[in-house]
Ligand binder design. Structure first.
Ligand code: GAP
Length: 513
């Protein structure tokens, strides 16, 4: 089995064993691509959400928050284009009976070409050492040029075919590339068909009067329909943003890879309303700003890359993904989209109400353009969790499993451990907890030998273990053990708060942006 698959399996089982994520309704054997966040997962998820909210809403004078309802008037989705265009092109393999997204099959093929090019570049880097000129090599090496050209040609053709709704050509491309079913290896494909991803539901008690509704497939539309309410009540001046976090629902067909692609998930979105014609400036700004936010968490620059879209969604004039190096390769983590005035104009048209802004500097009314940043909270969770999970071999040859979460996101910031369950040590530990819990999420643990308790907290990602021993009774000091280095310091109980604060405060982490 490939190593990457092993890592991913570990991630899934660690998440379950240590109370981060369970399959939904597991007593009934679960529900495909739906998950529950358990006692530690819910804390980590909340911390990621707060880290985003702090950076996006509270640190920006011109961005405010919103919490729109999941259920919206059904015309919203007609106007937004989701009823007609929120489709995935699907293809079935006749032998394995497995269903795939045709565009994903093609993109995976193109990514293999990209990986081949990267391999050539890396080989050359080793061969030429310091003298290596990557740009020149990429432009002149016959193999790299060929791989890159083929990759581009395939993606451009797919974008064209999908843009023209030419599904026959999408199938023709799959056949020409000889793409086989990943499950059975067969190339016996059906036609490609469009499939709408929205979940339908009903509003109202009686069958006759019930109104057909959709569960929202993105949080963004709640922001668009409230644009003027927020602008007027908040006296906001363009450019300004509205941000929200919340659930979204998509009937994903290829729902696998754990919480990467779910049917019920959470988004953190921000719509930035700008003057028409100025959108590209803001688009570039937000691309960089969002990457900086990700980098501030310290998961490694090499784990991120931009992917500029060839195939644009129905509402966008420019779009890029921030891709992350998940255990199964680089995949989309966040989207940054220049959505033009598509949504506001469509809501004007369908509602008959004006959704315009009077710009006092220009002395004119216009429908603002919108730059959107949209990141999946669950995908962020997976990125952070999977990258932080490490197996380490220690100096004495033993191993430990440690979840090296960014301390600012860790579910529990400190565990307080009495060395023994007697001699007044538990009482002192409880006093320390009673004080620290006003500022941090802290835990008490007295079961098992202290070494095992350290290991348990390492696996939960707790940055600090505070041990109360007999010396504590004498001089009001404790040992504080750092998760990543396992280094232990003797400190005063009175200093604990500031020691923990300096490593977990959002201020210190966000200052790195
Ligand atoms: N409002 C724009 C929008 O929804 P998107 O690219 O479809 O754009 C934005 O989604 C982000 O939401 C993605 O980058 C991803 O992080 C997350 N996301 C989308 N579908 C998801 C799913 N089925 N499961 C988990 N996260 C998902």
């Amino acid at each position: 089995m490939a190593k990457q698959e092993d890592i991913f399996k570990n991630v899934v089982s660690h998440a379950k064993e240590y109370g981060f994520i369970f399959p939904s309704s597991e007593v009934y054997d679960g529900l495909s691509a739906v998950y529950d966040y358990a006692q530690n997962g819910v804390e980590l998820k909340k911390n990621i959400r707060e880290y985003w909210w702090k950076a996006m809403v509270q640190m920006n004078d011109n961005i405010v928050g919103l919490d729109a309802a999941i259920l919206m008037h059904p015309t919203t989705w007609k106007a937004s284009g989701h009823v007609d265009a929120f489709n995935d092109p699907l293809i079935d393999n006749k032998d394995s009976k497995k269903r795939y997204r045709a565009d994903v099959l093609i993109e995976d093929y193109a990514e293999k070409l990209n990986q081949k090019a990267i391999k050539e570049i890396e080989k050359a880097r080793v061969r030429f050492g310091d003298a290596f000129n990557e740009a020149e090599f990429v432009a002149t090496n016959a193999r790299v040029v060929e791989y890159k050209a083929k990759e581009r040609e395939i993606l451009e053709r797919m974008a064209r075919s999908l843009g023209n709704d030419d599904l026959a050509d999408v199938k023709a491309l799959i056949e020409e590339l000889e793409i086989a079913c990943p499950e059975s290896g067969s190339r016996n494909w059906t036609e490609v068909k469009q499939f709408n991803l929205m979940f339908g539901t009903k509003l109202g008690a009686s069958a006759d009067s019930a109104m057909d509704l959709y569960l929202r497939p993105e949080t963004a539309q709640g922001i668009f329909v409230n644009f003027l309410n927020v602008q007027k009540s908040g006296r906001m001046k363009v450019p300004f943003g509205i941000a929200q976090t919340g659930k979204a629902f998509r009937n994903e067909i290829v729902a696998r890879q754990f919480i990467f692609r779910m049917r019920e998930f959470e988004q953190m979105e921000m719509q930035f309303f700008v003057r028409p014609g100025e959108e590209m400036k803001h688009y570039e700004f937000w691309k960089e700003a969002r990457l900086k936010w990700h980098l501030s968490l310290g998961l490694g620059r090499e784990n991120y890359r931009f992917h500029d879209h060839e195939k644009l969604a129905h509402y966008a004039n420019a779009a890029a993904d921030i891709e992350f190096n998940f255990p199964f390769g680089f995949k989309e983590l966040e989207g940054i989209h220049s959505r033009t005035d598509f949504d506001l104009k469509a809501h004007e048209q369908y509602s008959g109400r004006k959704l315009q802004y009077f710009d006092p500097e220009l002395n004119e009314n216009y429908v603002p353009y919108v730059v959107e940043t949209s990141v999946g909270l669950d995908r962020m969770f997976l990125a952070v969790f999977a990258t932080s999970l490490k197996e380490e071999t220690l100096e004495d040859g033993s191993t430990r499993t440690v979840l090296k979460l960014p301390a600012v996101l860790a579910p529990t910031k400190a565990a307080v451990l009495p060395l023994v369950k007697k001699d007044g040590l538990p009482e002192i530990a409880h006093q320390i907890i009673a004080d620290l819990k006003w500022d941090f999420n802290v835990a008490y643990d007295e079961k098992d030998a202290v070494g095992r308790r350290y290991r348990r907290q390492d696996a939960l990602g707790t940055p600090f273990c505070i041990t109360v021993d007999h010396q504590t009774v004498e001089d009001q000091t404790v040992t504080i053990r750092h998760r990543d280095t396992m280094k232990q310091d003797r400190v005063k109980i009175a200093d604990l708060k500031s020691i923990i604060e300096s490593e977990v405060s959002m201020r210190n982490w966000l200052m790195k942006m």
